[in-house]
Write a protein that binds this ligand. Structure first.
Ligand SMILES: NC(=O)c1ccc[n+]([C@@H]2O[C@H](COP(=O)([O-])OP(=O)(O)OC[C@H]3O[C@@H](n4cnc5c(N)ncnc54)[C@H](OP(=O)(O)O)[C@@H]3O)[C@@H](O)[C@H]2O)c1
Length: 357
């Protein structure tokens, strides 16, 4: 185990978008260092031939994800893998004392049964049986689960859409300020959300100069958002979530519509609600009334930019949230969790200032 605060981190899926961003964030991190690079197709290659634009000291070789090799040099592992792989590797790492942050969806549901219904076919893991691990994993939204993340052996980092949507929504559910039925989430993401593996829908000719919804009704992030929303609200919630692919590389904008229980509340009142909850959370910035977040302001940062508006004629609450899907929506949030697990302040080493434009 690491002495004191900090630790050594294996990055599995190093050549993918989440892995690359994790390595970039750990370079120059004051308490965490990269100890192992794992991959499949890239295994056996020098890092410089996998990723020449991000040189690493001594140009390490990417290895296959052997649990003994990882445990020999690492306190933590970040698993940035396609769905259905982390659930195979994680038990072997935990047995060897390596604490895990999984960026995939393998441990996001408390119920294995639900995961089997939503993901098993795509992930090719119909025989998965690790129900206890699913129920013991901590959902890695640091602003809401910080103390549990700090103690966790296994953290399931949230999806990018759930992160952007839950951060503005949860304060209003927690305080009982909105109706729990009729919540609508309309969200847009760039093509890096699909990962580095080639996919037809992400070809320039397909995705450029076009905006299209996908996964309408029943997108798998719907049930992930509902799970956390229900835990915070303490009651059943069924909501509508529609994602859209927009022609940009990175960035995610989520607009959440809900009905205020007290139609007399103003945008200023609702902004105060967010400010009170996130006052001590530097990875969330609440914008003043009338300033609406743009994905460009969040690019390359681990910050969620939130804003509120209210239609006082109808009591309709409109919540807006912009993040970088690869940072606060994935690798940055993973490092934020690692920081907590390593006894560091959650924002340690993470970029918070806007790189705009
Ligand atoms: N992209 C996003 O915006 C985003 C946001 C939140 C969460 N996520 C989730 O994060 C995870 C990673 O996403 P990504 O976008 O980073 O994916 P990606 O770019 O497609 O990268 C996948 C990585 O997995 C590695 N890999 C595949 N099979 C492997 C195996 N059997 N053993 C070891 N490594 C293996 C690949 O390595 P090789 O090249 O060496 O095969 C590659 O580095 C996914 O579960 C995704 O759903 C993504």
């Amino acid at each position: 185990m690491a002495m004191g605060k900090g630790g050594r981190v294996a990055v599995i899926g190093a050549s993918g978008y989440g892995g690359l961003q994790t390595i970039r964030l750990l370079q120059g991190h004051p308490g965490l260092s990269v100890s192992f690079l794992g991959g499949e197709r890239s295994a056996g290659q020098r890092w410089s031939s996998v990723c020449s634009f991000l040189p690493l000291p001594d140009d390490p070789t990417v290895e296959s994800a052997d649990p003994d090799r990882i445990a020999a040099c690492s306190d933590f592992a970040v698993l940035s893998l396609p769905n259905g792989l982390a659930c195979q590797l994680t038990p072997q790492l935990l047995e060897r004392g390596v604490r895990v942050v999984d960026l995939s969806a393998d441990f996001r549901y408390r119920s294995l049964e639900q995961w089997l219904q939503v993901y098993a076919k795509e992930a090719g893991s119909l025989n998965r049986t690790d129900a206890t691990l699913c129920s013991s994993a901590v959902y890695g939204l640091p602003e809401w689960n910080g103390p549990a993340i700090a103690e966790a052996k296994l953290v399931a980092a949230p999806g990018c859409f759930p992160t952007a949507s839950l951060l503005p929504l949860l304060p209003f559910l927690k305080q009982g300020l909105i109706e729990t039925n009729g919540i609508i989430i309309d969200a847009k993401t760039g093509t890096s959300g699909g990962g580095r593996v080639p996919k037809e829908a992400m070809l320039l000719a397909e995705a450029s100069e076009s905006i299209a919804p996908y996964g309408v009704i029943g997108h798998r992030h719907t049930s992930e958002i509902e799970q956390m929303a229900m835990e915070v609200a303490g009651q059943e919630i069924r909501l509508q979530f529609t994602p859209h692919l927009v022609p940009m590389v990175r960035g995610l904008l989520s607009t959440v519509y809900a009905r205020l229980r007290d139609p007399g509340l103003t945008a200023e009142d609702c902004t105060t609600v967010l400010e009170a909850i996130y006052r001590h959370h530097p990875c969330v910035q609440v914008l003043p009334v009338g300033t609406y977040p743009a994905t460009k302001w969040a690019r390359h940062t681990n910050r969620a930019l939130l804003s509120v508006q209210v239609d006082t004629r109808t009591g309709q609450l409109v919540l807006m949230s912009a993040i970088d899907n690869l940072i606060k929506g994935q690798a940055g949030q993973g490092v934020q969790c690692l920081n907590l697990m390593a006894g560091l302040a959650p924002e340690t080493g993470l970029p918070l200032q806007s790189f705009y434009p």
